[in-house]
Design a binder for this molecule. Structure first.
Ligand SMILES: Nc1ncnc2c1ncn2[C@@H]1O[C@H](COP(=O)(O)OP(=O)(O)OP(=O)(O)O)[C@@H](O)[C@H]1O
Ligand SMILES: [Mg+2]
Length: 339
């Protein structure tokens, strides 16, 4: 039931929707949201007595912001174009002086470039698989790497470009896959050593001394016969069939601590705000490898990993949305909302 009380804030909800564009590239729109996710976030905010304005983050964003006059924006917009697309709405909001949830434009720009992030984290001794960026189809620079390798677009998310074919076992397969991905995605490709072993994803929430690293969730592959399982686009879409999520994972305390410490460090180094999700692999020796960070993780209820991780820690969807909002409100020195 809606209350008659004056809402504490007008919250603008910025997003980009899947448009259902037909394409030969199956995962063309993978990063965009379904309207059901937008509605779920809107409903969580409304239940807390807030007024919500839906703001599609398209070319008319400036006019939409002027009309909506939000006190704060809950941003899930992935952006429409370019390597820095996730950063564009935060950059506009910063420019207009409008508070918003999540990391700022600089963090989002860096994190969307996987190689740049790896380079930066390596300078803090955070281990990441050996890699090379290639621009075009020439694989001549990939020398002395240990096969198998994985080929992925350097600046994508939602497993775009990551199918079972992305793992290559020899130079011929590498050449073929590089050509295929370059044609499909037209951007720099990241070629990395493939880390066989266990996979974990970690959710983080909050800022400063209130930052909370949630217990890692292990992505356990149901197919025990394959050594090359990956969390591909197809596996994510049909996760009930291919994987089992285990949280907390069966790991000794030393390794759990290591994941938690490394996650907190990465969050701090990249100056993430409010929330993020980080992916890791661990080889048989217990060596932990950073794979990538998502400072704007998907929030689709019942589908995305981040709300799932929160769920394992007893944080329901409504509560999670308000925790993210409150983290941002606190940063801006604004009154928080009752959870
Ligand atoms: N170097 C690697 N070694 C082993 N597996 C890898 C490696 N890189 C990627 N993978 C596998 O591919 C999956 C997707 O890769 P990655 O997380 O880089 O892509 P993404 O599209 O950015 O993902 P997200 O949907 O989390 O944004 C990983 O979850 C993991 O299963
Ligand atoms: Mg990932």
């Amino acid at each position: 039931m809606e209350s008659d009380a004056v809402p504490l804030y007008v919250v603008g909800l910025t997003y980009n929707l899947k448009k259902g564009i037909a394409s030969e590239v199956e995962d063309l729109e993978a990063e965009y949201d379904d309207i059901s996710t937008v509605h779920a976030i809107r409903d969580s905010l409304k239940k807390a007595g807030l007024k919500v304005e839906l703001i599609e983050a398209d070319e008319n964003i400036f006019y939409r912001l002027q009309d909506a006059k939000p006190d704060i924006v809950f941003n899930i917009a992935e952006g429409l174009r370019g390597r820095g697309r996730e950063a564009q709405i935060p950059a506009i909001l910063t420019h207009c002086g409008i508070p918003f949830t999540g990391s700022d434009e600089t963090t989002l720009c860096i994190a969307l470039d996987k190689a740049l992030t790896k380079r930066l984290l390596a300078s803090y001794r955070i281990k990441t698989p050996r890699y090379k960026v290639i621009d075009g189809v020439n694989t001549g620079s990939i020398r002395n790497f240990n096969f198998p390798l994985i080929v992925k677009p350097n600046a994508e998310g939602s497993s775009k470009g990551i199918s079972e074919h992305a793992i290559v076992k020899n130079p011929e397969e590498l050449k073929r896959q590089v050509r295929m991905e370059y044609e499909a995605y037209g951007q720099q490709l990241l070629v990395e050593e493939f880390i066989r072993g266990r996979e974990f994803t970690v959710g983080i929430i909050g800022n400063g001394s209130e930052t909370r690293v949630l217990p890692p969730m292990e992505i356990v592959y149901n197919d025990k016969n394959s050594k090359n399982n990956i969390y591909s686009y197809n596996v994510k879409k049909n996760y009930e069939k291919y994987v089992t999520y285990v949280c907390p994972p069966d790991l000794d305390k030393k390794l759990l601590d290591k994941i938690e410490r490394t996650s907190g460090k990465i969050y701090e180094v990249l100056q993430c705000k409010d929330f993020s999700r980080i992916d890791f692999r661990m080889d048989e020796k217990g060596e932990l490898y950073f794979i990538e960070i998502n400072p704007l993780p998907g929030l689709a209820p019942g589908y995305s990993d981040y709300p799932m991780l929160a769920g394992f820690s007893g944080i329901g969807y409504n509560e999670l949305i308000l925790m993210i909002l409150n983290s941002a409100l606190k940063r801006y020195g604004m009154k928080t909302v009752n959870v």
